[in-house]
Design a protein around this ligand. Structure first.
Ligand code: ZN
Length: 89
């Protein structure tokens, strides 16, 4: 079964106006929490560069409760949903 991440809450947790880097913490419907790191391009658009799952709940895909890379496959999907909720910083 394909994993279908659904972002239910997202917050901008840091923003560096000098270099345009910012971070969003996103909560998914299955209680997974991810930290997303973005960089801003010259046109003001945002590009996600990293996603890390915060280790509060086991991974919804592989069920590990330590570091894994599963969320990387859903980086674009999760990050665009999160940005829709927060808007640009
Ligand atoms: Zn995993």
């Amino acid at each position: 079964m394909a994993y279908n991440p659904q972002v239910v809450d997202a917050k901008i947790v840091s923003h560096n106006s000098k270099n345009g880097l910012f971070e969003i913490v996103a909560q998914l419907k299955d209680r997974t929490v991810c930290r997303l790191i973005y960089e801003q391009d010259v046109s003001g658009g945002a590009k996600v560069t990293h996603i890390n799952r915060l280790l509060k709940e086991p991974c919804p895909i592989c069920r590990k409760d330590y570091l894994c890379n599963c969320m990387g496959r859903f980086k674009e999907d999760i990050s665009s949903q999160a940005l829709n909720l927060t808007g640009m910083p």
